[in-house]
Design a protein around this ligand. Sequence first.
Ligand code: AMP
Length: 116
Amino acid sequence: MIDDVFCKIINKEISAEVVMEEKDWLAVKDIHPQAPVHVLIVPKKHIGGLGDVTDENAESVGKLFAAANKVADKLGLKEKGFRLIINQGEHGGQLVPHLHIHLLGGKPLGPKIVRD
Ligand code: AMP
């Protein structure tokens, strides 16, 4: 059984602050926000990460971007803009092995990549 933290939130085994929900996805506030708005868009069907995106599931993954756009609209981010981030694997900084899009906004977000 897959029991990463997002599966547990989806299965209501642990609580989270849900911002918006549709049949196939959930948008929850990140517990360690990196910006005034930091929401995670999470598919309810488990996909391990971008490394598990295939032709077969690409359509439902694509809908996560529409989801992020809806959430951004609901949270009033569309006029000033926002940023989406997906971390993949060790070098990408992925901590939770369940595909999710970080939606960040609410202030100018600064450089896209921090250099060493
Ligand atoms: P990533 O590094 O891309 O895998 O991001 C995982 C994100 O999940 C981090 O920003 C964490 O702060 C966030 N996170 C971990 N556990 C929870 C939780 N229980 N509720 C909300 N966000 C969480």
